[in-house]
Design a protein around this ligand. Sequence first.
Ligand SMILES: NC(=O)c1ccc[n+]([C@@H]2O[C@H](COP(=O)([O-])OP(=O)(O)OC[C@H]3O[C@@H](n4cnc5c(N)ncnc54)[C@H](OP(=O)(O)O)[C@@H]3O)[C@@H](O)[C@H]2O)c1
Length: 254
Amino acid sequence: MTSAKTPGHPARVLLLGGTSEIGLAILAALGAPPETEILLAGRDEAALEAAGKTLPYQIRTVRYDATETAGHEDFIRDVFAGGPVDVLISAAGVLIPQPTLDADPRQAAVLIDTNFTGHVTTLLAAAARMRAQGSGTIVVLSSVAAVRPRKANMVYGAAKAGLDAFARGLADSLHGSGVRVLLIRPGFVTGRMTAGMDPAPLATTPAAVGAAVAAALARDPGRDSRTVWVPQTLAGLAGAMRLVPRPAWRRMSR
Ligand SMILES: NC(=O)c1ccc[n+]([C@@H]2O[C@H](COP(=O)([O-])OP(=O)(O)OC[C@H]3O[C@@H](n4cnc5c(N)ncnc54)[C@H](OP(=O)(O)O)[C@@H]3O)[C@@H](O)[C@H]2O)c1
């Protein structure tokens, strides 16, 4: 049974990476009515249930592993069998330190599957369903790391660059279908994923990302796809990053 839709608010939202700090902050910032159905999708049932208790909505938990790509079409089929999905937030991700990947390249495959391949297989299936329903928003968590690969973060940056490119292409392919893609490019976000790291310039918080995404979801009655930098000033810094000569860029230690 799906909840009735309140104008301006989603009735049903799917969060992939159902314990993601940023994903949960987006949901908290939605300001949607309590009957809104939220599906928290992830690997750890107990953690998903605990996360659900922090939200003022109707919560369901569903099993989802971003690396199990062969099951993603069935996963999406089952989710949409329960009713239309108005907003899908693709937030699964891991940040494995580059030295760990250098020592064990198999971990790089896990990172790429989680941060790139799994998003592609899941979102292709979801986009087809949303196209058929004629509406919906797909929120993709890219990163400033997608702008230019750094040696200290090259596999994560490459996976995010792939995801970012895919999201832009997907947005174009969905143009005119009633489905839009919000491509979110946060900078350094203080939180669990970056615990123990020194904050980068223009560091932000999960709450700030949540507020920016909620505002973008509420905007655009024409439902156009768009890119959202968090903070917005990061767009200028990213432009400058592209212009740094390569010898200087390669000297960056982090
Ligand atoms: N934090 C930052 O500085 C930052 C900046 C830019 C972009 N981002 C991106 O924003 C997204 C959310 O990050 P966050 O800061 O919210 O990090 P987070 O709190 O660590 O959340 C990451 C989420 O991904 C899930 N996940 C990891 N591997 C998975 C798998 N194989 N299958 C399904 N779910 C899996 C985690 O679930 P478990 O509980 O099962 O581990 C968790 O729910 C990520 O894509 C990240 O790359 C983060």
